[in-house]
Design a protein around this ligand. Structure first.
Ligand SMILES: Nc1ncnc2c1ncn2[C@@H]1O[C@H](COP(=O)(O)OP(=O)(O)OP(=O)(O)O)[C@@H](O)[C@H]1O
Length: 202
């Protein structure tokens, strides 16, 4: 269980991104944060990932949880290969070359990009890039996967294909998925639990 207890976030410029928010997020399930742009979804996800400070309140997460993050932008390096990009998702110092290669191939196979491992990322389509970004998030076998509007650059068909892949993976691997979207239809497709965010003042 991840517990969000009376969490507020006020940025240095005075913007109140979240006010006194509390919720419980069950483990090993798919939870969707949805609501209009600017209502603090990204801010909360970043606080859960430890990438943003909390102004007040606290977030309780089991201490040994391995967390991966997939961002709005795919953040791939264009000049290097698919294989090298996926390997960036894991601490390479702790692995032998052959173990790393095996893990990269396994993650690539999970999302269907194992046939293009040697290609440079700049040559790929948006759908392939998002799959690689997902493989990079999965390679460290996260207990908690955070996806922040990660599939937005895709057309509807590719997006729903990748969502199907994601749901199957979550069901087999049983990680906790936290998925941010402003799209109600997408939220319904992905989620088992739903947390609606409202804009300050609404
Ligand atoms: N680094 C920052 N400094 C100041 N204000 C910020 C910062 N990041 C976000 N905000 C503001 O905090 C509020 C919440 O933003 P946040 O990105 O969390 O919302 P969101 O619901 O994820 O929206 P979107 O879907 O557009 O990303 C917005 O008003 C935004 O302008």
């Amino acid at each position: 269980m991840i517990e969000i207890c009376n969490v507020s976030k006020i940025y240095e410029n005075g913007v109140v991104a979240l006010r006194d928010m509390s919720m419980q997020i069950p483990e090993k399930q798919r939870t969707v944060f949805f609501g209009p742009s600017g209502c603090g979804k990204t801010t909360l996800l970043r606080m859960i990932a430890g990438l943003e400070s909390i102004t007040s309140g606290n977030i309780r997460i089991p201490p040994s949880l391995k967390i991966s993050f997939m961002f709005q932008n795919d953040r791939l390096f264009d000049a290097i290969t698919v294989k090298e990009n996926i390997a960036y998702g894991i601490d390479q110092r702790t692995l032998s070359k052959s173990d790393l290669a095996r893990k990269v191939e396994h993650a690539a196979r999970l999302v269907g990009v194992d046939s293009i491992l040697e290609q440079k990322c700049k040559t790929l389509s948006g759908g392939q890039r998002q799959r690689i970004s997902l493989a990079r998030a999965l390679i460290k076998e996260p207990d908690l996967l955070l996806i922040d509007e990660g599939l937005n650059s895709l057309d509807q068909t590719s997006k729903y294909e990748l969502i199907d892949t994601l749901i199957k993976l979550q069901e087999t691997k049983q990680f906790t998925l936290l998925y941010v979207t402003h799209d109600a239809q997408e939220a319904r497709k992905v989620g088992q639990n739903f947390i609606e965010f409202k804009k300050e003042g609404d």
